[in-house]
Structure formats: C-alpha cells, structure tokens
Design a protein around this ligand. Structure first.
Ligand SMILES: *Cc1c(COP(=O)(O)O)cnc(C)c1O
Length: 377
C-alpha cells in the first residue's frame, strides 16, 4: 500500500530521465587494496589452447575412487555452467553472472570487495535476513538500519535521505523479504536505485514463489544493481550450494577476482547442468508449494489462536499469536519445528512457518487444533 506521503514525494522522479548521469562509477567504489591486488593465477588460468597432457596442477592423473571423474580441478570461471544458467535466465551475457557457494558467498564477497573494514558502512532494512549483519560483523563493517514500515513496506524517503548522509557502500533489499514474505513495490526499489550512489543488492531467494517479475530482467538499466538468486529454495537444491549474482559485468569481475579459485565444485556444476535441461520438475514443485501455501494459510485463518496472517509471496509466512513462545514450545513437543521470529522488529507474536508437503501441513494444522482444544478445556 502506498501512503500519500510517499506517493507525492518528488524524489521518485529525480533521476528518471538522467540515464547517462545515473551510472555510478563502480571502480571508485571498490576497496583500494582489491583494485591493486593480483588475483590468484590457477594452473589452468595461465594456459589457453588445447593440450593432450596436463602435468601442471599436481592433480592425480590416475583418477579418483568416486564414481564421477573428479580428479581434475574445476573451471575457476565455470564457463559451461554460467553459459547454461545465463541462457536459462535469458540475460544478455554470462559476463553479467557470478556464481557463488550459495548466495551467502556472494553476500560476503560484495562486502569484502566494496566495504573497507572500520571505515565503510552498509544499510540494512530490518526485519530482514540474518546473514547480512553476520557478514557485516565478520568484516567489521558498520551497519546503518532503516526500519521497514509497520506494514513491511520500504520507507523509501528515509532510505534515500539516510543514504545521502551516511553514504553506505551497499544497501541490502530482500524481496520477497525474509521473514515478512512480501515483495516490495517495483517503483519503490526503482526510486532507491535511482537516487543513491550505493550498490543495491536485491536478494530474490524467494522470487519463484512470487507473482512479481524478477529484477534480473531490468539488470542492464542500473549498473549499481546486484540481483541475488539461489538454487536453495524453489529448485529444492539447498544441498548443492549454488547461488547466483546478476549484475554489471564490472562487478562480476571484481567478485571473481577475490573468490576462492574453485568455489563451485564439479559435483554441483554437473548436477545443476543436468537439472537445467528439464526445469519442469522445479516448476511443478513451485506450483505445489504455492497451492500448499494457500491451503495452510486458509487453515490458519480458521484458527482462533491466530491473531493475524501476513500475506506471502514466498514459501513461508508469518502468523501472529498472543503467546508465540507457548505455541512454539508446544509444537516442538509435537516434533514440529517452526521459526520463532517474535523478537524481530514488527514481528511481535510471530512464528514463521515454512510450507511443507500436504501431509506435513495437515499434521501442523491438527496439532494447532489440538492445542486450541487443550487450552479451552
Ligand atoms: C535462504 C536465503 C538465501 C539462500 O542462501 P544460499 O546461500 O543460496 O542457500 C539467501 N537470501 C535469503 C534472504 C534467504 O532466505
């Protein structure tokens, strides 16, 4: 919901027609030591062309005991995998795609590439995903917080004003947001992108469960935009650890410069390449999860103990209770684990429920009905 204040704010159009001036200077944002350093040159980096015999990397030429051929180091720049993902995602070039050991690696690398410890800052919009602040703390980067509005929408004006005074290197926008499960209005994110000199990360870990389009499609319009996606959620492949960052190729180059040389292993690459040949299973699962989300939220809306349901564009949702700790503990006793988010900003009384299989969801609902009965008697 747009508030009048935000609707009338003229910053929304401030930079819309200045597309050339809008581009930020990425090089000037990179930490000086990162600009200066030489990246690790792996054996295969130094050689181009065709060869018959590889005696350059101290590998075991006899093979490996595993049932796949894994005795060779993987391609540091993951050419084949990046080509396949870029084609699947329909981006203009694989140069605009970075692959990480989960999107968590991309989060950490962006901070390490651009934020000078104890000097620079980054902006978070709580309540949001916990890894951003963990990575900030590991790297000793100051966190500037601009709270979401009570309805979990962006406080665009405050974000832009605060960015002007505090100059954060990076702003983290999680959409759909974890834990609130809402997508931010496109014009709100656009206003931020257009009116800050920071990098803006739009974390789309849950975008497949949303009806809103991905920002990947608009990546080329904003050179300060980094879109994160992952194989961990909709694809059902949290175990392979593969995350994607879509951005200006200049940013991808910086991230590739500082990552571990072989951050994506061949087991992961092979499985994902195979999976991309037929994405229909993933689409089926997403449909099922969305249907189950409807089933679960409908059942929750009929439970008297649920005070409020926050609508969801993800594979989880927030439900508000009078006594969330008691419900949480009860569910644990029943062998059901949900996430207690009641200590987070604007999430008073909230448990975060991940959508499960139909069987699992039914068991959860029955447990909550039994809880209600027990409380009444
Ligand atoms: C789950 C999640 C991720 C995924 O992280 P991976 O390292 O790719 O598994 C990223 N961002 C948010 C907000 C998440 O909830």
């Amino acid at each position: 919901m747009r508030t009048d204040k935000r609707y009338h704010a003229d910053y929304l159009k401030l930079r819309i027609y200045e597309s050339d001036l809008m581009a930020i200077n990425i090089t000037s944002l990179v930490r000086k030591n990162i600009l200066k350093m030489k990246k690790y040159a792996s054996a295969r980096d130094e050689f181009t062309g065709k060869a018959k015999i590889f005696l350059d990397a101290n590998e075991n030429a006899f093979g490996s005991p595993a049932d796949q051929e894994l005795n060779r180091y993987p391609d540091p720049l993951q050419k084949q995998l990046r080509d396949k993902i870029a084609a699947y995602k329909g981006i203009s070039s694989p140069e605009g795609l970075f692959l990480g050991n989960g999107s968590d690696e991309a989060i950490d690398l962006v901070i390490r590439a651009f934020c000078e410890p104890r000097v620079d800052s980054m902006m978070l919009l709580p309540p949001t995903y916990g890894m951003y602040s963990v990575c900030a703390n590991i790297n000793d980067i100051k966190i500037i917080e601009v709270e979401l509005n009570k309805d979990f929408s962006l406080d665009v004006e405050k974000i832009i004003e605060t960015a002007k005074t505090e100059n954060p290197k990076v702003i983290f926008i999680c959409s759909p947001n974890n834990p609130s499960a809402n997508v931010y209005a496109e014009e709100d994110i656009e206003a931020v992108l257009n009116n800050v000199d920071s990098l803006v990360i739009v974390d789309e870990a849950y975008i497949d469960f949303s009806d809103s389009p991905s920002w990947v499609k608009r990546k080329d319009e904003f050179n300060n935009l980094i879109v994160l996606q992952t194989f961990s959620k909709a694809w059902g492949m949290a175990g392979v650890r593969l995350g994607m960052a879509f951005s200006d190729p200049e940013i991808v180059q910086v991230l590739n410069k500082i990552k571990y040389p072989y951050n994506i292993n061949d087991v992961t690459a092979n499985i994902v390449i195979k999976t991309l040949i037929d994405p229909s299973r993933k689409e089926e699962m997403v449909d099922k999860i969305k249907k189950e989300r409807g089933f679960l939220m409908n059942a929750f809306s009929n439970l008297a103990l649920v005070k409020e349901l926050i609508s969801s564009e993800a594979n989880f949702f927030l439900a508000r209770f009078d006594d969330p700790d008691d419900v949480y503990t009860y569910l644990i006793e029943e062998g059901i684990i949900v996430r207690n988010r009641s200590n987070q900003l604007h999430c008073e009384g909230c448990l975060r429920i991940t959508v499960g299989t139909h069987e699992e969801n039914k068991i959860l609902c029955e447990a909550l009905q039994a809880y209600t009965k027990r409380k009444r008697s």
